[in-house]
Design a protein around this ligand. Structure first.
Ligand SMILES: [Cu+2]
Length: 328
């Protein structure tokens, strides 16, 4: 009995998973709002059709003979079997086409600076256009100005990935050699999540990122800051961390603008300390997480393309973590 009660409690808890930062049922973007309305329309129409069909079957099986005679007539097939499906499905198709049309119109109005997102194994390179035409390299977090349609160009230089920020819009594949364009318009400030939605190998499930929608003035100020080179270490530990970072070859794969580190294999770390998470939303962003990631990343995110650094001492890890944490 107790197990049964526990099981039903757990079952009840399942829908709670739909309310989170990664739910398409909590729209916070123009396209997601339209998709949400389409989803509920299709859902409720389906519910109505199901109730109708089940009622007819129930009448046919158990209904009083007067009712059964009525529905034994030809009109049931003509109206219920042919006319109704044609009308319902055509109406839903038309609705779907209108939603696509509205989306296309919004894309045409996205004339400001865009953003390129490149799917990597298993993280995201995020390149922002600046108003002056230059670009800013960043990674593993997407920032958007609220109320402005932004052209998002989706690319990949390896396998096929798929970009999906459920609270903001539909998903779209990132295909090597192609640029697929998605237009996102955040309708309110807040934090949601994006997830790679196309299996892309080992660490696919751990390829997420936070999406931060912010008021346009804040977004512009943030982009200004993001374009600046890395800040100088603020104390001795961080200073030592920078030396260790450069000595241990981290710069062969990572760029920290303003230092000799100019690698392009891994995420740009110039402002890594200001991001909400590490390794594509696999870990929180704090000193402890930096140290754990550097020493133990193959356990934390199996198959990822960074080598683990088991050779570093606790003291060295703490220093590197202090340095990276300070890169805000
Ligand atoms: Cu993937």
């Amino acid at each position: 009995m107790r197990t049964l009660r526990l099981a039903s409690l757990l079952f009840l808890a399942l829908p709670a998973g739909c309310g989170g930062v990664q739910s398409a049922l909590v729209p916070r973007g123009a396209e997601a709002t339209e998709i949400d309305a389409l989803f509920w329309t299709v859902t409720w129409v389906s519910v109505a059709v199901t109730i109708l069909v089940v009622s007819f079957v129930a009448i046919a099986l158990w209904g009083p003979s007067r009712w059964r005679n009525i529905i034994a007539d030809h009109w049931v097939v003509t109206v219920g079997g042919i006319a109704l499906p044609v009308v319902v499905l055509s109406a839903l198709l038309a609705y779907g086409l209108i939603v696509m049309q509205v989306g296309a119109a919004r894309s045409a109005s996205a004339d400001g600076p865009g953003i390129t997102i490149v799917g990597k194994r298993w993280w995201w390179e995020v390149i922002y256009d600046r108003p002056d035409g230059s670009t800013v390299m960043s990674a593993n977090e997407l920032r958007l100005p609220v109320g402005k349609p932004v052209e998002i160009r989706l690319e990949s230089d390896n396998v096929i990935h798929s970009f999906w920020a459920p609270q903001l819009g539909g998903k779209l594949d990132m295909i090597p050699g192609r640029t697929n364009v998605l237009t996102l318009e955040a309708t309110e400030a807040g934090i949601s999540r994006a997830q790679c939605a196309e299996y892309c190998g080992g660490a696919h499930a751990l390829m997420s990122m936070f999406v931060v929608a912010m008021p346009p003035e804040e977004y512009e100020a943030w982009l200004e800051a993001e374009a600046r080179p890395a800040s100088e270490p603020s104390d001795e530990a961080a200073e030592r961390g920078r030396t260790l970072f450069l000595e241990n070859g981290c710069g062969a794969c990572h760029t920290v603008r303003g230092t000799d580190a100019a690698g392009v294999v891994g995420p740009d770390l110039t402002h890594v300390g200001s991001r909400r998470s590490l390794a594509a939303a696999t870990l929180p962003n704090d000193r402890d997480a930096f140290a754990r990631w550097i020493r133990d990343n193959q356990h934390i995110k199996p198959d990822n393309l960074m080598p683990p650094y088991g050779n570093l001492t606790d003291g060295e890890l703490t220093a590197i973590a202090a340095y990276l944490d300070g890169l805000e």
